[in-house]
Design a protein around this ligand. Sequence first.
Ligand code: ATP
Ligand code: MG
Length: 283
Amino acid sequence: MLGAKVKTYDNARWFTFRSINDTLMVEKGAYVKTIAIVNQKGGVGKTTTAINLAAYLARLGKKVLLVDLDPQGNATSGLGIDKYASEHSLYDVLVKGVSIDIVRHSTNVDKVDLIPSNHNLSGAEIDLVSVADREHVLSSVLSKAEGEYDICLIDCPPSLGLLSVNGLVAADYVFVPVQTEFYAMEGMGQLVQTIQRIQQNLNPSLSILGVVLTMYDSRTSLSSQVRQEVERVFGDLVFKTVIPRNVRLAEAPSHGEPIVQYDKWSKGARSYKALAKEVLNRL
Ligand code: ATP
Ligand code: MG
């Protein structure tokens, strides 16, 4: 169950915590479901997951808004949008109060809109410091798009700074991609503690939607060992679908396309399609 007892560790020091999903599962109505894709570790597949989940959720009939909350702007360029072509980006929405209607883009994926970002966004961490309610800025911005979308995905940067905190405060759910590698669980304790703090202080309706293993290589015993370890720690929170290491997934962003458009018969495509179905079943 989503509220199962979960064990995790940091720096080889084990501790347990009771997922407060149990007590905090709230009735979710027909409003937009917002999912923050978070892991402070870099390069674990957050953006790849954000783009491809967005595309497959749209194929499954959902209207999706993808928010690029990373100054690297990878979700933006990965969807074929020039990070610097637009006059405005997410930075202007968060810091200058520019309307979301002006900044959001349609994409070459039917039913997927994007709020783009570029390196300007790194300034937001500093510019928002003196703002009252600085953790709620994204949340209040996104509430203005309520009703227009079924699902909002937030691609967070590889840190747990103010931008990611804004993502977690705006979200109903946290989605954690974990790369299938030796250091997979490093930092998980810190991530879970951050989620708990946000649940307790800033966003009581936040819950963990799930954990997905990425870049899985079925030929190696390391991959299956890491999978066992992640499943031991996170239990039923781990999605049944694992995302394989697949070169087509790595190539797709350079063509500005999600995998469903770049190579829908690839292993990577089939796995993200299955993941999107699992995600919908959990919402
Ligand atoms: P960052 O923390 O920098 O934002 P990230 O967590 O968003 O990184 P991605 O950008 O999605 O991670 O992926 C990191 C790199 O790994 C990229 O080059 C991407 O194309 C590649 N990659 C992601 N998933 C896979 C996969 N399943 N198979 C092969 N390559 C992948
Ligand atoms: Mg990324």
